[in-house]
Design a protein. Structure first.
Lengths: 220, 220
C-alpha cells in the first residue's frame, strides 16, 4: 500500500505564493533559487520554507539549490494544478458570475464546465462562455459527467440543500462561498472561501490601529 | 492611556460564523443562547467559543447565557461592522465587478464608493451603481474623501504600484485580491483574500482522498 503523506493546511496555503514568486523569477531569467532566497523575498522563516518545499518531495542540490523550472513543476504537481478538474458552479448571481469570469482558477487546475440556477430567466443563458442549466437537473448532470467538485454561490438558506444534491450526484469536494456551515459525510472535502472572514480581519485590525493611534494622542 | 486588546486572528475569523448562526436563531424566535449551544451547532469546542465571545467584552448570565440580540450587537461591534467604512476598489475587471455587485459586504460595514481603472473604455461608466473613475486621480481622491480602505483587484504586475498610490493617498488598510505579496509601511494593515490559496487547499485535499481510495483498492 502506497503511503499518503497528508500536507498540513498552512503549508498548502503557502505553496501558491511560492509558485507565483518563482514564475516572476522565471520570467526575469533566473535559473536556480534557494529556499533562503524564497524566504527573504516573501518575508518568511527559511526553515519553514525549506520544510514546505520538502513536502513536495523535490530534492535540492548543494550550493545551487533548486532549478526554478523544476521547482515550479513540483509545486504545481503537489498542488494538483497540472491535473485539471471539471467543476459545476451553483448559483449564477453576482458572486457566481464573477467566479465564472475569473481566469486565474483555470491556471490552478479548475475548469468550470457549467453553472446551475433555479431562475427561469437565467436558465439557458451563457455567462462568460459557461452555460447556465436548470438546478433541478443538477444531481443527474453531476452523475452523468462524473463531476467531483461543486462550487456553491447560492444564498445562505439554500446552501445545505445544494450541497446535499451535489453529494447525491457524486461530488467529493465542495468550495463553499456561502456563509453557511455545511453538514456533509466525512469523506467529502469542504473548503470555505471565507470572503466575509477575510473582511472581518481587515476591519478589526484597522479598528485596532485606529484605537492605538487615539490612545497615543491621549497620552501626549 | 486606554489599553487596546488585540484579538487573535483565528478568533476574528470565527466571529462572523457566530453572527450568521445567531441571526438565523433570531429569525426563528430564539431569545437566549449559551456558548455550548453555539459550539454544538458549529461543531466547535465550547471552551473556544466561550473565550471567543469573552473577547468582545460581553458578559453572559448564569443559566440563561446570552440574549441573542445583545450578543449579535456585541459581536458586530467588536468586528467593527456597525461602523461603516468607505472604500475604493482599484481594477474594474471581472473580479472587481463581482465584488462591486456582492451585497454581503455592506452588511459587514464596507461601503465601496468608487472604482478606479486605467482603461479609457471603463472610465466614466457605472458598474453595479458604483462609478468608475480615472486611475491617475486615485491618490488625489483618496486624500480628498479621507478613504481608509483600498481593495486591490488589479493584475498581479501592477498590484505594488497600486498599493503605493493608495498609501500616498492616506489609505490605512488594503484588501488584496491579487496574488502579489505587497510591501507596505508597518502601520498599514494588509489582508490577503486568498481565493487561490483556498482553492489550493480544496484541490490538494481532494487529491489526498483520491490517493487514499486508490491505495485501499490496491490492498484489496
Amino acid at each position: 500500500m502506497a503511503s499518503i503523506k497528508i500536507t498540513p493546511e498552512p503549508t498548502i496555503r503557502r505553496l501558491p505564493k511560492y509558485v507565483h514568486l518563482l514564475t516572476i523569477l522565471k520570467h526575469k531569467g533566473v535559473k536556480s533559487v534557494s529556499s533562503t532566497m524564497i524566504a527573504e523575498s516573501l518575508e518568511l522563516d527559511s526553515t519553514l520554507v525549506r520544510k514546505d518545499i520538502e513536502a513536495t518531495g523535490i530534492v535540492g542540490r548543494p550550493k545551487t539549490g533548486f532549478l526554478v523550472d523544476k521547482l515550479i513543476m513540483a509545486l504545481r504537481e503537489h498542488l494538483n494544478w497540472n491535473n485539471e478538474d471539471d467543476a459545476f458552479l451553483i448559483g449564477a448571481g453576482s458572486l457566481g458570475a464573477a467566479i465564472l469570469g475569473y481566469k486565474g482558477f483555470r491556471e490552478c487546475g479548475l475548469n468550470i464546465v457549467a453553472a446551475f440556477d433555479n431562475n427561469p430567466a437565467k436558465i439557458g443563458t451563457v455567462i462568460k462562455n459557461v452555460p447556465v442549466l436548470d438546478y433541478t437537473k443538477l444531481e443527474e448532470h453531476c452523475r452523468r459527467m462524473h463531476i467531483h467538485i461543486g462550487i456553491i454561490t447560492v444564498p445562505a438558506p439554500v446552501a445545505q440543500q445544494t450541497a446535499d444534491a451535489l453529494i447525491r450526484g457524486g461530488v467529493r469536494a465542495i468550495w463553499n462561498f456561502s456563509p453557511t456551515q455545511i453538514a456533509t459525510p466525512q469523506w467529502v472535502v469542504v473548503e470555505y472561501a471565507q470572503l466575509t472572514m477575510s473582511l472581518a480581519v481587515l476591519k478589526r485590525k484597522l479598528r485596532e490601529t485606529e484605537l492605538t493611534d487615539n490612545s497615543i494622542q491621549e497620552t501626549k
